[in-house]
Write a protein that binds this ligand. Structure first.
Ligand code: NAP
Length: 302
């Protein structure tokens, strides 16, 4: 039987959290039961010894590394899966170890800052293909990951102008092989779109849960007891990783503030409609938003 070459010889995954471990699992699942693997060797890197031991126990890769340099040496793809605030340090640590022709990609939730923080560290001949698999949960760490996380979801790639087309195609092929649909976008457009679809909803959830917990005349017991009235859904989102989300807001400042400004105006309009008993305005908005939920269900993104 002719042997089929893998898409990548060695993929280094930096950070074995929810996303890094899910990617490792998806690649491992793709190796089984037999045949040509998509990736021959998955090198996993995490600063925590316990996490590395757990990843080895779970069989998530072929080698496990505490230092970034040894993980990326000889890799033809480096996938950075740490909070975006740590990217500049990772970029500096990998810079001297990258082979010519290697691709550096990532899963970060903000894209302009990735180009800013990683780009300057990369030597000539190394391709930067930033990406964002738009899939996740509120859980963190290697035990939270699962192989099917990416299936049926979108992955957005934001290559800077002039990026090698073949490198973009290879990263796209990787995500496609594990079940994602891929779209290429301008980094600034990604940051604006995600500010409204993901970042602002998280900010609202963190704020509303914080407001409820600050209220002196509502006890914590009542908040828990009557959570079903909509609050429960916010608490799930507000349980998301604090460090990851701190970094998202600090690194997508402009787009989030722009969207927050619009939201504040719309909230003021709602406040006014309630105050003046303008039920038609409330009903018109709620009818419009209900239709958005329906289109989400039809697009199988609910
Ligand atoms: P996670 O489960 O909390 O894992 C984070 C990983 O990054 C861990 O391996 C952690 O190491 C490592 N890390 C944290 N700070 C670090 C630092 N300063 N230096 C080096 N390593 C560091 O987070 P995640 O959800 O996988 O998120 C990873 C990336 O995916 C983020 O950029 C996030 O924006 C993006 N993303 C997340 C989601 C989501 O829904 N969660 C969805 C799409 C994209 P330890 O093991 O030592 O803690």
């Amino acid at each position: 039987m002719p042997s089929i070459e893998p898409l990548f010889e060695r993929v280094a995954i930096i950070g074995i959290g929810l996303i890094g471990s899910s990617l490792a699992r998806a690649l491992a699942a793709q190796r089984a039961p037999a045949g040509a693997p998509l990736v021959r060797h998955v090198a996993l890197c995490d600063r925590s010894e316990n996490v590395r031991a757990r990843a080895a126990e779970l069989g998530l890769g072929q080698s496990f590394h505490g230092d970034v340099a040894s993980a990326v040496r000889g890799a033809d793809l480096v996938m950075i899966c740490v909070p975006v605030g740590a990217f500049a340090d990772v970029g500096a640590a990998i810079a001297g170890q990258l082979s010519p022709g290697a691709i550096v990609s990532d899963v970060g939730s903000v894209k302009q800052s990735v180009i800013r923080d990683i780009g300057p560290h990369l030597p000539d001949g190394v391709h930067l293909v930033p990406g964002h698999p738009v899939a996740g949960t509120e859980h963190s760490g290697p035990d939270a990951g699962f192989a099917t996380l990416f299936q049926g979801r979108w992955c957005i790639l934001t290559p800077p102008p002039g990026t090698d087309g073949a490198a973009v195609a290879k990263v796209s092929a990787l995500w496609t092989a594990i079940g994602m649909s891929v779209e290429v976008m301008e980094p600034s457009h990604h940051d604006l779109v995600l500010a409204i679809t993901s970042h602002l909803p998280h900010l609202i959830a963190y704020t509303i849960v914080g407001t409820a917990s600050d209220m002196e005349d509502v006890t914590n017991r009542e908040v828990v007891k009557f959570a079903a009235g909509g609050f429960r859904d916010f608490t799930r989102i507000a349980a998301s990783d604090p460090v990851m989300w701190r970094d998202v807001f600090l690194n997508n400042k402009q787009a989030v503030l722009e969207m927050l400004g619009r939201l504040t105006e719309d909230l003021a309009a709602m406040q006014r409609a309630i105050r003046w008993g303008e039920g038609d305005k409330l009903e018109a908005l709620f009818t419009r938003t209900r239709a958005i939920r329906r289109s989400l269900i039809e697009a199988k993104q609910a």
